[in-house]
Write a protein that binds this ligand. Structure first.
Ligand code: OAD
Ligand code: ZN
Length: 253
């Protein structure tokens, strides 16, 4: 049977569905991915002679916030004006069909929330929230236009930074424990969309699902380390695949 129809039927029977997402889900909104062709990290050495991972590290933010901000501004500029695509929209719309939809995303672009998803764990944070590196000042900004270089805290004049996980920094404990808590009850279906599945906390929920006998779906135009272990490896872009699943679901209802 056409896998889109099978997945649509599984969705219609599901009470709880998890979507794990990465940069690829926003590729169809025009955002570059981090790795792969044209990815942000393709040119591995920055103008300053550091690997990009070092430029975007917590340590660099402490020592040379100007360097980290230069690359943060690039990332934010790429996101500016981007709108959710059909994949984000279908995931949000599924809340009308499935009683519980949880999104666990590595993306800092905020597009799942913008599309209307209500239960979103942004495990790497969100670019639009800024915090002081020294005091408790926090703020939300629509864009980075007009921020200083590097931006300084209006209260204590220390550098401010986005509330995102930089390289070498620990994940927010609350995000991972929220996911672990969610797994205390089995999911009925687990999707992994648009991620190179580099990190253990992105691969493990797929392994937990498999161990529990929960069907798993991967949507990615390329092969990844989880492609061979999921039940439905869908080799397509996120917007196309989620669009086809949505059409199949409407036809089945
Ligand atoms: P990557 O850039 O590592 O991987 C993007 C994945 O999306 C690749 O597997 C592509 O094949 C796939 N892809 C490309 N176009 C797609 C499309 N139209 N539809 C679906 N998939 C598509 O991004 P992530 O796995 O999200 O962390 O990267 C994980 C983390 O690495 C990021 O959150 C970021 C980075 O370091 C931090 O900034 C802390
Ligand atoms: Zn401050």
């Amino acid at each position: 049977m056409n896998p889109y129809v099978t997945i649509a039927r599984l969705l219609l029977q599901s009470e709880r569905v998890l979507f794990i997402t990465g940069a690829g889900v926003s590729a169809d909104s025009g955002l570059p991915t981090y790795r792969g062709l044209g990815g942000l990290y393709e040119e591995e050495i920055t103008d300053e002679g550091f690997p990009i991972e070092e430029a975007l590290s917590g340590e660099m933010m402490t020592q040379r916030p100007d360097i980290t901000w230069k690359y943060l501004l690039q990332i934010e500029r790429n996101c500016r004006g981007a709108a959710p695509n059909l994949a984000h929209q279908v995931i949000a719309e599924l809340e009308r069909v499935v009683p519980e939809v949880l999104v666990f995303t590595q993306n800092v672009d905020g597009l799942h929330v913008a599309a209307g998803s209500h239960r979103v764990i942004e495990v790497h944070g969100n670019l639009h929230y800024l915090q002081c590196t020294h005091c408790r000042f926090q703020t939300r900004v629509e864009s980075y236009v007009g921020l200083g270089d590097p931006p300084l805290c209006p209260k204590c004049f220390s550098p401010i930074r986005p509330s995102v996980v930089l390289f070498g920094e620990a994940l927010p404990h609350s995000a991972v424990s929220a996911l672990e808590d969610a797994f205390a009850t089995d999911f009925d279906l687990v999707f992994s969309i648009g991620t190179s599945s580099l990190f253990p906390y992105i691969v493990e929920p797929v392994l937990w699902a498999r161990a529990a006998g929960t069907p798993t779906v991967e949507i990615n135009p390329d092969d990844t380390r989880i492609s061979s272990i999921v039940d439905f490896p869908i080799r397509a872009g996120a917007a196309e695949a989620m669009g086809r699943i949505w059409h199949a679901l409407l036809a089945e209802q």
